[in-house]
Ligand binder design. Structure first.
Ligand code: ACO
Length: 391
């Protein structure tokens, strides 16, 4: 490796070989294990797609039923995890709560045997089953309510909406939410997946792997963008304000949330599906005041930035869908995490097959041969920095 090979953000540098998912950013194609995302959104369920990603093939009817049964029966949280959550400040971000709870699972399931397929299977089931319960429990507890016990006769998506809203969801709402989970389940080596793989490569436990990925997903340049999209639509406020808003962003080099992607240089195929799902929801349950603004935004950004390959990404329309489903804005990213846990676990499992610890190199830009200065002779770098607010 030479200095010329350095790419900020590791753009275009392969970090692994993987057979889990594939993206063609020029043509707007996404496949899970070779199956197009449009087909999975149309015909599969989230748990079937999760199985496909993690175990490498579509399950038989019996295998899927067993997988669903296992997940159904591991949804409940240990009371100590719920007690721990009671101590979280209600003003804290739900992604921080989720990260802490995912890591805490490692305390309860501390026997680690990464060579045992049963251990791997149990970890997959526990994480997929318990993450939605943790997200819903934090939501109710921060409002001062008791968490709702998972309902065994409800499917994965319907049960989450039930635990969140304390009532059984409309079947269309549950199906649409399930498709959203499928769409968000996996996306090659993005920042959070890379984070999961680096953590996994140390052969730590899977709960630490998922906790590390959750922390990475939380940032506004990654999963956090869906929340920022709604804030942006609120700020814009009307269709007439869209052009001046975009002009101002371009003038001041501010990123427009929900647009642009490292890989896609066309409209993200997931954004196309999500837009249709939003329209289905609006048709049945009434429109959303922000949808017209979003449409105008897409048109103006396409006009102004389309030639740079800046188009709506997965986060642009997902927020509008989630709003209609009654999901609070700051739960959008935790909902993303519920889905992406499937992809993270698939990469964890793949990483273990031929593991080598990640240990990249760096290009050192510091100095050499500096003199050690006694403390009473040193310039006051720390004080100056703290006074200027650069800490
Ligand atoms: N708004 C305005 N301009 C943009 C945007 C945007 N959202 N995205 C990219 N551009 C422009 C950049 O200014 C840059 O222009 P330049 O070449 O004239 O400097 C060019 O397009 C390339 O953009 P980069 O920032 O270099 O692209 P990068 O691959 O590093 O970043 C990213 C991708 C982080 C997603 C970026 O597009 C962005 O910040 N988007 C907004 C946040 C967002 O929606 N994130 C969610 C991504 S999807 C996900 O993580 C699930």
């Amino acid at each position: 490796m030479t200095v010329c090979d350095y790419k900020p953000g590791l753009e275009g540098i392969p970090a692994t070989e993987s057979a889990i998912s594939y993206v063609d950013g020029q043509q707007g194609i996404l496949e899970y294990r070779g199956i197009r995302i449009e087909d999975l959104a149309q015909s599969s369920t989230f748990l079937e797609s999760a199985y496909l990603l993690i175990w490498g093939g579509l399950p038989t009817k019996k295998e899927l039923e067993e997988f669903e049964y296992e997940i159904r029966h591991h949804r409940r949280l240990k009371y100590r995890i719920r007690d721990m959550m009671k101590c979280f400040p209600e003003g804290g971000h739900p992604m921080d709560a989720l990260q802490a709870c995912a890591a805490a699972l490692g305390l309860f399931y501390s026997k680690r045997d990464l060579d045992d397929p049963v251990y791997i299977q149990q970890a997959v089931v526990r994480l997929l089953a318990k993450i939605p319960t943790m997200v819903a429990a934090f939501q109710l507890m921060r409002k001062g309510n008791d968490p709702v016990t998972p309902q065994d006769d409800l499917g994965y998506a319907a049960n989450f909406l039930y635990m969140l809203n304390e009532q059984e969801p409309d079947p269309l709402a549950a199906r649409i939410f399930d498709i959203c989970l499928t769409l968000h389940a996996e996306h090659t080596i993005n920042a959070s997946t890379f984070s999961a793989m680096v953590t996994a490569s140390t052969l730590t436990d899977p709960y630490a792997v998922i906790a590390s990925a959750v922390g990475t997903l939380a940032g506004p340049l990654h999963g956090g963008a869906n929340e920022e999209v709604i804030t942006m639509l609120e700020t814009i406020g009307s269709v007439e304000n869209v052009r001046p808003y975009i002009d101002d962003c371009i003038k001041h080099k501010r990123k427009i949330m929900g647009f642009g992607h490292r890989v896609y240089k066309v409209k993200d195929p997931r954004a196309k599906i999500l837009q249709k799902l939003a329209e289905q929801l609006f048709e049945k349950f009434g429109g959303d005041e922000y949808y017209e603004i979003a449409l105008e935004l897409e048109q103006v950004v396409t006009e102004r930035l389309g030639e740079k390959g800046v188009y709506p990404n997965v986060d642009f329309y997902s927020g509008l869908v989630y709003r209609r489903l009654g999901i609070p804005t700051d739960l959008f990213t935790p909902v993303f995490a519920i889905a992406r846990a499937a992809g993270w676990l698939a990469h964890w499992k793949e990483q273990l097959k031929e593991n080598r610890i990640f240990r990249p190199t760096q290009i050192y830009t510091g100095s050499h041969g500096q003199q050690y200065i006694p403390i009473y002779n040193r310039p006051q770098i720390w004080d100056k920095a703290s006074k200027n607010g650069h800490m």
